[in-house]
Design a protein around this ligand. Structure first.
Ligand code: NOJ
Length: 732
């Protein structure tokens, strides 16, 4: 990560540092709110959570809050990193660290830059539906350019958690359920944020989070416990982490949850054995917010001193915001509970990242850089956001209603249709709702004939009269329904993932008008849409697409862009099917029609929309599957044909099943995909190459096994509808 000379200067620094200064490097804080408003900070948080005040009002109140920036601690070398999004303040505090502290070690500023910074891109779950690594990388690069202009040199992204349970609110921040696609996403994000040289002015350090298996919290309930075999962990959840470490990710954030009884924050198996030893990770590990302190609540540490001791010994290098290292590590050292070697290793890792980010040479941000973004969005960045947004949309159902024609009179209903804030999704950094193009604005900009009436809020009653009046003259009803931002993301799990509030009634009433109805969904997770699939003739999943939301939806509704998105997470038919994911281990009684198979009595066997699914305004056929084998790999070729009437882009997918192995294997696993653009009537051969080394799995002893035997290759446009062929494979 750094040069020999830089390594030497770190060694020299370590020799000069006092224990207090070393612990300082391991301490990350954020400004503390010390008052300045009429109610307590806790009350304020409750007010925004229960809706008594809006996000915007909360933001205004916060901007007037009195804050303590802990200047004295910085001057004394007791702070290593800061969670901050304010370039002026960042420079001010940096000046104290660099010019007034004894050793002049710069602060590292980190922030959550998850899907854009000023220019908000689609939420990660949406963006992954593009199945397009170039776009994953490009949006991260733009985010890095903008965030670095605000003094942020480190992002807490990408989130690489495999998410199989749609109840879990943080599925919106993830790349969905598949380890292969998730690994490509993770690698691309690291490249996009860090570039070839993360020290470049417009690049920032990436964080792989959350390490690990946070997406498998029991019942999809946030912060819950995780019990899982090692083979499942290594095959199903760790691949994106491993891939992104190989790509050079500089930091890793431990997850809140425990793994098999030991919180990830203090888990030596995860932090040392897997990450630092087996993967050879050279950067540093940061805890999640307050997580070291929470080890006492977990019941794994008897007090905070014990928590500090366990965490540092397990390989936790930096404490995010819990003050536990700051308050206890020095005394733990004095009592001989923690060795200097352990402390030095953590500090060396942190200083290595700071050096690699160029902070010692360029600790300050040029404040003028921020001004160019603060005054408005860059056209070039907006264009990239528009392009990604339209490619993220997934057409779930279409009974001849779409695309719409510009002459058609559209009745647009639903509160989300005219709501910029809720285009942003969870974690929107410096994105602004007022800059987002809503569906209403997007349709109007596209020249549509629109009459709009809210008719039903996400949680308010349906106004039937308003609906009738908006729909009276219309040729088609477009109902925008779904979830507001706050229903997904952190601490936003739902026990019922059907459309919230009265929105189904809105759809029912719209259908009663007898006009064709299009449901445009805006949401941060797969929803359970069993009823909607049965009754609504066209369903378009638009997720939360960020600043270009409405432009992208309008382009797809009018067929100016033929939808090409494919789901990166399964849509269950009903909430009770969760967790539902395509690559589940096989059972002795696979779900079928018979009662004594793995299924529910009151739900279909199949999910509603499988992984990899997504319609187009044209159709594609798959034929003539051929497999070739050489010493190193299998090449699978299939002919994909556009059998419809308009040009379209298809994502052809290749899955594999290891039929018999020494442990139970998934029923299918994605191994490759290719995008093809086809004119009407055009056919192309698509070839997928699978390296034989990729056909194995980890067993319980963490050994990677390639076992001879029968495999099935599947090729198709989603994980359910595939051509298939068997092969006997011998690896030796
Ligand atoms: C808690 C979240 O779990 C994590 O993803 C985020 O990066 C930190 N807070 C910092 O905001």
């Amino acid at each position: 990560m750094i040069s020999k000379e830089q390594e030497q200067s770190i060694r020299e620094l370590l020799e000069k540092m006092t224990v207090e200064e070393k612990v300082g490097q391991m301490h990350q804080l954020a400004p503390s709110i010390v008052g300045g408003f009429d109610v307590s900070f806790e009350e304020l948080i409750e007010m925004v959570t229960d809706g008594r005040i809006s996000n915007e009002e909360f933001g205004k109140i916060m901007s007037t809050a009195e804050r303590d920036f802990h200047e004295e601690d910085i001057r004394a070398g007791r702070v290593g990193s800061y969670l901050l999004n304010d370039p002026k303040k960042a420079n001010e505090l940096q000046r104290i660290a660099v010019e007034e502290s004894r050793l002049g070690i710069p602060l590292l500023y980190g922030f959550d830059v998850i899907h854009g910074f000023r220019t908000t891109f689609p939420i990660p779950l949406a963006e992954t539906c593009t199945w397009n690594e170039k776009l994953f990388e490009a949006s991260a690069e733009i985010a890095a350019r903008e965030a670095s202009a605000y003094g942020i040199k480190w992002t807490f992204a990408p989130m690489v958690d495999i998410a199989r349970d749609a109840r879990w609110g943080r599925i919106s921040e993830s790349a969905g359920e598949d380890p292969y696609l998730g690994s490509l996403f993770a690698r691309a994000k690291v490249r996009g944020f860090q570039g070839k040289n993360p020290a470049d002015r417009e690049r920032i350090g990436a964080t792989l989070k959350h390490f690990v298996a946070y997406g498998a919290v029991e019942g999809g309930q946030d912060y819950n416990t995780v019990s899982m075999s090692k083979s499942m962990l290594h095959n199903g959840f760790l691949p994106p982490v491993k891939a992104a470490v190989e790509e050079g990710a500089m930091t890793v954030m431990a997850a809140f949850n425990d793994y098999n009884g030991v919180p990830c924050t203090v888990n030596p198996y995860l932090l040392r054995t897997v990450l630092k030893e087996s993967y050879g990770f050279q950067g540093f590990v940061v805890s999640d917010a307050n997580a070291i302190r929470e080890c006492v609540s977990h019941g794994i540490a008897e007090d905070l001193a014990d928590a500090s001791r366990q965490a540092v010994k397990a390989g936790m290098d930096m404490d995010m915001g819990s003050n536990v290292y700051h308050d206890h590590l020095v005394s733990q050292m004095e009592q001989g509970e923690v060795s200097m070697e352990v402390l030095d290793e953590a500090v060396r890792r942190i200083l290595t990242v700071k050096m690699a980010l160029g902070l010692f040479e360029h600790p300050y941000v040029e404040e003028e850089r921020m001004e160019q973004y603060d005054s408005g969005l860059k056209e070039e960045h907006l264009e990239a956001a528009r392009d990604t947004a339209k490619r993220s949309i997934v057409l779930l159902k279409n009974e001849g209603v779409l695309p719409l024609k510009k002459e058609q009179k559209i009745a647009l209903v639903g509160a989300l249709a005219d709501d910029g804030e809720n285009c942003l999704g969870a974690w929107f950094a410096n994105g602004r709702g007022s800059e987002c193009v809503t569906v209403k604005a997007g349709l109007e900009r596209a020249g549509a004939k629109v009459s709009y009436g809210e008719c039903c809020g996400v949680e308010s009653e349906l106004d039937r009269e308003a609906l009738e009046s908006v729909c009276k003259e219309a040729d088609v009803v477009v109902a925008v329904v779904g979830e507001p931002n706050a229903m997904s993301g952190e601490a936003s799990s739902r026990a019922d993932i059907t459309l919230p509030g009265h929105q189904r009634e809105l759809l029912e009433a719209a259908l009663e008008t007898g006009k064709p109805v299009v449901a445009v969904l805006m949401n941060g997770r797969p929803l359970a849409l069993f009823w909607e699939q049965e009754h609504v003739p066209a369903i378009l999943e638009s997720w939360q697409l960020g600043v270009a939301h409405g432009d992208a939806v309008a382009a797809v509704l009018f067929g100016e862009y033929n939808p090409s998105g494919k789901l990166c997470a399964t849509f269950p038919a009903m909430t009770g099917q969760c967790p539902r994911y395509y690559n589940h281990p096989n059972t002795g009684r696979p779900g079928g029609r018979s009662k004594f198979t793995s299924r529910y009595l009151d739900a279909p066997v199949e999910p509603l929309y499988p992984f990899g699914y997504g319609l187009s305004y044209t159709e594609f056929s798959y034929e003539n599957m051929r497999i070739k084998e050489d010493a190193r790999c299998f090449s699978v070729t299939v002919q994909v044909k556009n059998t419809g009437a308009c040009p379209g882009e298809e994502t052809a997918q290749l899955y594999l099943r290891d039929v018999t192995a020494s442990i139970v294997r998934p029923v299918k696993e994605l191994k490759a995909f290719e995008k093809v653009l086809l004119a009407p009537g055009e056919a192309k051969d698509v070839t997928f190459v699978i390296d034989k080394k990729e056909m194995g799995f980890y067993n319980e002893d963490m050994n990677y096994c390639l076992e001879d035997g029968k495999f099935i290759f599947y090729a198709g446009g989603n994980s359910r509808d595939c051509l298939e062929q068997e092969r006997m494979v011998a690896f030796s």
